[in-house]
Design a protein around this ligand. Structure first.
Ligand code: PNS
Length: 155
């Protein structure tokens, strides 16, 4: 059973995240989407809402499980019995942060590997922060987030 963890703040989940989830499902038997509480980031959407939105978007994906977590990803990987982390990599600008985080996690648990997947080019510019910025000005986000959660986000 090949199991991987796809962690993130998902504030909110975007079409870019969904693209990575679909790619991960082609490689692994089970992918656990782990929504971080991440109080330090002061998310726009509550922890509960972010989990609910990820669940809604992935409800028809048989290989996906969704969990919320607090604390270290390295500890979560023990609990979930998976040493594989999935992260999306869009542009060079992501690389430094991802490299540092990957090494930090490996320094806490040497068996922990991070696999980086690239989204389709059409999603490469999408980020949760772009969605939040457009949303806060009442702009159009239909092309950035899954249609199933559009009304939740606008509400
Ligand atoms: O979507 P994000 O905000 O880029 O995700 C970042 C996340 C949640 C993966 C990262 O902040 C994280 O792993 N948080 C848990 C705390 C932790 O383990 N930190 C040590 C590694 S830097």
């Amino acid at each position: 059973m090949k199991r991987a963890i796809y962690p993130g703040t998902f504030d909110p989940i975007t079409l870019g995240h969904l693209d990575i989830i679909k790619r991960a499902c082609k490689i692994f038997d089970e992918v656990i989407v782990a929504v971080a509480q991440n109080k330090a980031k002061e998310p726009m959407f509550s922890f509960e809402k972010r989990i609910e939105l990820v669940e809604k978007v992935t409800q028809d994906f048989p290989k996906i499980k969704v969990v919320g977590f607090e604390g270290l990803l390295a500890n979560l990987s023990d609990e979930l019995e998976s040493n594989t982390i999935i992260r999306g990599l869009r542009a060079v600008s992501d690389f430094e942060y991802e490299l540092q985080m990957g090494y930090a996690n490996a320094s806490l648990k040497k068996d922990l590997d991070t696999i980086y997947l690239m989204p389709s080019l059409q999603y490469a510019f999408i980020s949760s922060s772009i969605v939040r910025a457009i949303l806060s000005h009442g702009g159009k986000i239909d092309h950035l987030v899954p249609a199933t959660i559009l009304s939740d986000l606008k509400a």
